[in-house]
Write a protein that binds this ligand. Sequence first.
Ligand code: MN
Length: 209
Amino acid sequence: MELKDFQVVDRDLPEDLLPAYLQAESLAVDTETMGLLPHRDRLCLVQLCDPQDHVTVIRILQGQREAPHLKQLLEAKNTLKIFHFARFDIAMLRCHLDIQVAPLFCTKVASKLARTYSPRHGLKDVVLELEQIELDKTAQSSDWGNALQLSEEQLRYAANDVRYLISVHKKLMGMLQREDRWSLAQQCFEAISTMALLDLLQYKDIFEH
Ligand code: MN
């Protein structure tokens, strides 16, 4: 697969990169972690991609509790943060780095609202259909814990997870508008922060009978 360049940094977004990212009207964001439970499992990587395809992979170190530049960016009101399954990533970012991400767009929720003809809403499926690009997910379940010694393959995988999200977001937004589900989608995106907070507090199914 052809790859464009990306940069790898430690602990936080460098100060000199912050202004350019803050100017972007939208940003793709993803994380890699040790597992699926925020209170148990470490946050290992945060990947960013702006509309000009500038990809930065930030390695989060063991015991690290803050990343001030990243926090400023992910909480910036004028920049839309696009995730695939935001509910998990924003819970991780809140739990480990005290970041409250907003505003946000979730391509998984958007796909479920717009692509009702398909049962498949994984990132690989959505990118394949909308971008005609086959993502290699073989590194998905690998050991992200040794941040400073990740293989080039792992870093490339992590970078590719954010590379197509902005384009996917645009196409899904078009579909949501066409199907008259854009307002519903926005309400769902606003609700995701609350759902992530409930997840962190370990509430289960409080809306069930
Ligand atoms: Mn990922």
